[in-house]
Design a protein around this ligand. Structure first.
Ligand SMILES: *Cc1c(COP(=O)(O)O)cnc(C)c1O
Length: 391
């Protein structure tokens, strides 16, 4: 906290060199600076700004998709490869400078994360389990030979960037502020090896539905030519190297009218693994199954949360290998992820056969989703300590 706050304070001190700011002042002046940089006077500073607190950025909140609408500020923290991260800075969102020989550009040494801030009906802002993303980034950094921010540094930076961009957290019911941390090998290197310097960066963008389908059921296509991840690879971490290679499969599937691709295991090509950026679940009777994470599947925070919610609601939950052939008997199939939430799957096409799933009546996945979103938005009491309110 101290480290990142000092970065922020440094920014304000450089803007208002004479002011010595208490944290209360800091909050007010932060707010002021974000909204009206042109008119600042000490007189105004002392005015209560309670009503102004509710102000939102100038966004067409009713027409948000999952496109980039960059929020005002980003967070940047650098460190050399054999050291630990220390102090970060908040700066206006903008381009970053990299050497053409940066590790990330040449060898794909990079990780991303994704988490969301939501607004409650009474205007508070809640984060959802950011420490889970921090832990996952740590595991990924280990895999890609990069230093990573500590759990506290990561969570504090997420809190700070959310606070700095609080006017970009959509009004209740209009979406979320999607927070995108990156960890990249930013230093120059020519021979293959870990980059000498790494950069931890966070930017944010308000978003709503990930799929153009909105909350309508997804139509998935089972890919047999391309694989997403193989044993011993990096499929279990959010390495940027896992994503460009599936663009071809996604493009092919979308071109044929499907929503996304469901990948099979690379070895046997008979077990389902996951979708391009979300995990998959299969419901049969009272049993909810999801593929076990054995290094080829990303361990989603939503996946983990939904498994726990499902158990609380009385379902039996299993992590196991799931055969493609089991899909025909499923009562429901759904996907989970920060970006998609819990999305019902209406059909899965495999070898030109289309398997359709029940869509009428009260779906179990909708119950899971409303519970999850209820906790994330403060409608349902959070008895699990999953949400963090930020001030
Ligand atoms: C990010 C991601 C998920 C979902 O993880 P969440 O933590 O729930 O957002 C699932 N699969 C892949 C491949 C991903 O990149």
């Amino acid at each position: 906290m101290i480290q990142t706050t000092s970065g922020l304070r440094g920014l304000f001190q450089s803007l208002r060199p004479a002011a010595s700011l208490s944290s209360k002042d800091l909050q007010i002046s932060m707010y002021r600076w974000y909204t009206s940089p042109a008119e600042s006077s000490l007189q105004e500073l002392s005015k209560p700004c309670v009503s102004e607190e509710d102000k939102y950025a100038d966004v067409d909140w009713d027409n948000l998709g999952f496109g980039l609408t960059p929020a005002d500020y980003m967070f940047v923290m650098k460190c050399s490869k054999d050291e630990n991260f220390r102090t970060g800075q908040i700066s206006p969102f903008g381009n970053i400078e990299l050497s053409p020989s940066a590790g990330v550009l040449n060898y794909g040494q990079g990780l991303y994360e994704g988490t969301k801030a939501n607004r409650t009906d009474d205007g508070r802002i809640l984060l959802f389990r950011p420490e889970q993303n921090a832990m996952r980034m740590k595991r990924g950094a280990e895999r890609l030979c990069m230093p990573s921010p500590s759990i506290d540094q990561f969570v504090d930076a997420v809190k700070e960037i959310t606070l700095a961009n609080k006017h970009w957290v959509p009004p209740p019911g209009k979406g979320s502020l999607y927070i995108r941390p990156l960890l990249i090998g930013s230093g120059p290197i020519l021979g293959l090896g870990p980059a000498p310097e790494c950069t931890f960066l966070i930017y944010a963008s308000p978003v709503r539905n990930y799929f153009k389908e909105g909350t309508a059921p997804l139509n998935l296509y089972i890919e047999e030519e391309f694989v997403r991840a193989s044993p011993g690879g990096a499929g279990g971490v959010k390495s940027i190297t896992n994503y460009a290679p599936v663009l071809k499969a996604i493009t092919k599937a979308k071109g044929r009218g499907f929503s996304d691709v469901l990948y099979l295991d690379a070895v046997n090509k008979k077990y389902i693994e996951e979708v391009s950026s979300c995990n998959i679940f299969v419901l049969k009777g009272n049993l909810i199954s999801t593929p076990a994470t054995i290094g080829t599947i990303l361990e989603g925070v939503t996946r983990k949360s939904v498994m726990e919610i499902a158990k609380d609601l009385g379902y039996q939950v299993e992590e196991r290998q799931i055969l493609v052939d089991e899909l025909v008997d499923a009562d429901e199939v759904f996907c989970t992820g920060t970006a998609v939430g819990v999305a019902p799957v209406g059909s899965i096409t495999h070898q030109n056969k289309r398997i359709e799933f029940k869509m009428e009546g009260q779906l179990v996945c909708q119950k899971l989703y409303s519970t999850l979103v209820g906790i994330q938005t403060g409608v349902i009491e959070d008895k699990k300590g999953w949400t963090i309110e930020i001030h």
